[in-house]
Design a binder for this molecule. Structure first.
Ligand SMILES: C[S@@+](CC[C@H](N)C(=O)[O-])C[C@H]1O[C@@H](n2cnc3c(N)ncnc32)[C@H](O)[C@@H]1O
Length: 290
């Protein structure tokens, strides 16, 4: 029930590699909310709260989580004889016509597990399964079952984030992981996030800042620092991660993968332990909210 597990999905921009670091900053809470859940790596990695709400505007993603939560056996039955091949990936991507919610979940799960970086935007969704480092289909059922256990009683919705923030109960805790401010996120996600959406997010968080605690993660940029100059604290955080190449891209050869450093701002409206607040080093005259 309270198991700390990995996300069932591979997810571009997911917080898998930062999940432990993020966890250290999460305060005590009884109601946990992610308005931008994606692969929800932080939810799956942490202790489960008494109440939980995962939201993402992507309806197919949320449908897949809901089917895993409510009908894991049916999912497993349909996936148990699957193999991870480029042909099956092409079939699910281009030919398969889902008729039911279960069909949609099967398609989503298969494509996600076998695509490069789990990218589900069909313009940039390519075969990217590697025998050595991708989860093999024979392990999918176990993954689905433990995911289903953790998702029991979790509220799942596909609203725009504003509605979630408006409806978040007093004293809840929100982990907020929107698309980056300065990156070409349209490549990854099915729904694009415009500059105006970033402004909307800041505005609604400011409106509710005294009702609940939040930890917001963002790319470190002058615009983001300016948008959140009203918060309690911003912390610059770094972590290491490695990206494996797929067998396919390396024509059958394997490499150790490339090492990267994640660098983001953790923006909090509470005293997150042991942290020394950073002060802005640059000043910007452009004011976004007048
Ligand atoms: C950076 S990802 C979240 C990654 C997640 N924390 C993880 O660990 O996998 C951002 C997510 O925001 C979702 N999104 C984009 N626009 C949204 C909106 N207006 N409301 C709610 N979710 C949105 C995208 O579908 C995407 O899944």
């Amino acid at each position: 029930m309270n198991q700390e597990i990995n996300s069932p999905f591979r997810y571009a921009g997911g917080k898998f590699y930062a999940r432990k670091l993020i966890n250290e900053h999460i305060p005590q809470h009884t109601y946990y909310i992610e308005p931008f859940a994606g692969g929800a790596s932080v939810f799956f990695a942490k202790d489960k709260a008494s109440k939980n709400w995962l939201n993402d505007i992507d309806k197919d993603l949320i449908n897949c989580l809901a089917i895993i939560r409510d009908h894991p056996d049916q999912m497993i039955k349909r996936l148990k004889d699957e193999r991870a091949t480029k042909e099956r990936h092409g079939y699910y991507k281009n030919e398969y016509k889902p008729k039911t919610k279960l069909d949609c979940a099967i398609r989503w799960f298969y494509i996600n597990r076998t695509s490069y970086s789990g990218i589900m935007n069909m313009q940039n969704c390519y075969w990217g399964y590697g025998e050595k480092y991708s989860m093999r289909p024979e392990n999918w059922p176990r993954n689905i079952l433990r995911t289903s256990v953790k998702l029991q009683e979790v509220k799942l919705t596909s609203f725009d984030f504003e509605r979630v923030i408006e409806e978040a109960p007093d004293n809840s805790f929100l982990f907020i992981d929107p698309p980056y401010f300065n990156a070409d996120q349209e490549k990854f996600y099915v729904h694009s996030f415009a500059q105006d959406d970033h402004f909307r997010l800041s505005k609604i968080l400011k409106k509710h800042k005294n009702r609940f605690k939040f930890l917001l993660t963002y790319d470190d940029s002058p615009e983001v620092r300016e948008l959140y100059e009203w918060v309690h604290a911003m912390h610059e955080k770094e972590w290491n991660y490695t990206i494996n190449r797929t067998d396919d891209q390396k024509n059958g050869t394997d490499t150790k993968g490339t090492r990267y450093k994640g660098h983001e701002l953790f923006i909090v409206n509470y005293n997150s332990e042991k942290q020394i607040p950073l002060f802005r080093t640059q000043s910007f005259t452009h004011k976004i909210f007048k």
